[in-house]
Design a binder for this molecule. Sequence first.
Ligand SMILES: Cc1ncc(COP(=O)(O)O)c(C=O)c1O
Length: 402
Amino acid sequence: MSGAASLSQAYFAGLQAALAKSGICEPVLLIDKTRLNQNIDTLKGFLPRGMAYRIVAKSLPSEQLLVHVAKRACTNRLMSFNAAMVAQLLARLPDYDQLLGKPVPVAALAQMLGGLKPSQKKSLSNVQWLVDTPERASQYGALARAQKLPLRINLEIDVGLHRGGMAPGEGLQAALDEIVNTPELSLSGLMGYEPHLAKLPKLAGWPARAKTATQKIYAQALAQSTAALGARHVKTMVRNMAGSPTFRLYKDTQLANELAAGSTLVKPSDFDTPMLKLFVPAAFIATPALKVENGVRVPGGEQAGDLLQAISPGTSVFTHGGYWMASAVYPKGLAPSPLMGRSSNQELLVGPAALARGKLAVDEFVFLRPHQSEAVFLQFPKLAIFEKGRIVDIWEPLPVSA
Ligand SMILES: Cc1ncc(COP(=O)(O)O)c(C=O)c1O
């Protein structure tokens, strides 16, 4: 089983039958557990010896899903992305280590702290706050001092992505000094995210040079941290790099000692890249076809006179919901129509004429493959877990957070 090629008619007929048998009759996000497990094992197989794995929680936003991945991949490391998500995960999975994948304004951190239960406050020692500038380092320092609250700080290094973060040099030094001089702060690690490495055009050695530059910048940041905190500290702290598009670039633990990835485990279509070709799509939107009609009728077309043909060949399928960040994959040949525009309520998908001739019945499911998982999963109240021909479980998405 590999890639999108294995998404056969028989495969979707199996999903269709399982959904019908389980009584699901409304839009649902379906996760194929066998394929998910295959992806987890593939990812683990690619990790160099001694490399830790951190699950990107925003890309797999469901408590049960995160726990399943954590158990199978033997990790308790999560990457969370905002204060609300930190609080959700502290409440649900207090013993997991959380590294923020983006900086949180100090006011949002203060508000979140105010809302925590005393028991959750204890687990705050499992959270690493991402700090991207010396200014944010001093704001966090001030908060930690005022609240007499120890905070673990992970510093974001700009290794070439240019999405913020510090370059080695003055700014990084100021942030390190703030940490060294504030007893409540400790340096838990460095983060260097570099997804651009997988996207650069293969022109005149550009990707290879960019990879070398990334490594050099990260190494310089590590050397600067070593000067501030000592070699032992830097050797054992979290040295995070990568994401789904790039984790395969790492062959040893000399620089990074942990890699983050999430999306590739369910492989939305934005992750159809050569480096991820051994990963298989494992998440689909299944939504009922509420109306299946022969031909495609222009709204109001009967009154158009000679301006246009009121009906053209094909099948019109109106789905329950729509306008997701996703493309229809089954039945084959379905695509949104410019005639109606997009609709989140009942979307018109136009397909081959044969569909209306018995290939797709009203209330049967249309399957779409998400382009990305992080936003799409959160649009569904239920994640239906498919395994060995059956819906074996219903998992819940995490509450929406921003
Ligand atoms: C800091 C950071 N690390 C890693 C990732 C990778 O996530 P995924 O593997 O889901 O692409 C992201 C994604 O946005 C990120 O922002």
